[in-house]
Design a protein around this ligand. Sequence first.
Ligand code: PEP
Ligand code: MN
Length: 263
Amino acid sequence: LVSRQHQSEDTVIRVKHAEIGGASHVTVAGPCSIESMEQLYTVAAAMKKAGVTILRGGAFKPRTSPYDFQGLGVDGLKIMKQAADEIGLVTISEVMSPEQIDIAAPYIDILQIGARNMQNFELLKAAGRSGKPVLLKRGLSATLEEFILAAEYIMYGGNDQVMLIERGIRTFEKWTRNTLDISAVPLLKQETHLPVLVDVSHSTGRKDILLSCAKAALAAGADGIMVEVHPNPEVALSDAKQQINIEEFNAFWKGLRDSGLYH
Ligand code: PEP
Ligand code: MN
């Protein structure tokens, strides 16, 4: 179902005023985690002002350590819905279980399935039944074939609103958090008809090469970019090292638009 042989024309996903996979690029920006009303409103307002259409923010967080901040759960989703409705943004947030899909569905526009759950097959099946657009992240060690087959699960479940996002894979390299597999972009575009995005924050894990990686992604044919933005990254409750502040985002955003690659 995901293959180009099955459908030759690109899938375009429309969610409120956002269009993913169409003629224009899309940017998904926002904090790693929703932390408070003030934090989310600050980012949401800045993203709206910049012209970003999709606000990200995690409420159910897949943390490596059980002692780390696990997210605000449904309270976080309520904050996100309130901010997004008031400010006028489309929202995306991660779900880690079928039950969380039911909990999150009333509050968010797009479900994110994270790298750690790319092969959580019951979650993929539930996402297939959800009727909600789904952003599927590539697993930390997933081959492109495994990634595509995970998307196939969602489509086979009856949901044709699926987007793929390359977020870096595990290699021996230590200078980046993960290795951004730029070849995934043209290969996924070639093999599937689904929108393909690139998460420059989780793939690199650092702030200084975000713009170069985003340009590379667009040059390779990506439909959009995801980037983590926090009003004060130093005190962020998750991914403090890689999140950029609003000023840094504005510089990144200007750099991307000035490159002529973003349209
Ligand atoms: C995220 O986007 O919040 C996240 C946890 O990313 P990933 O699943 O790619 O690690
Ligand atoms: Mn993060």
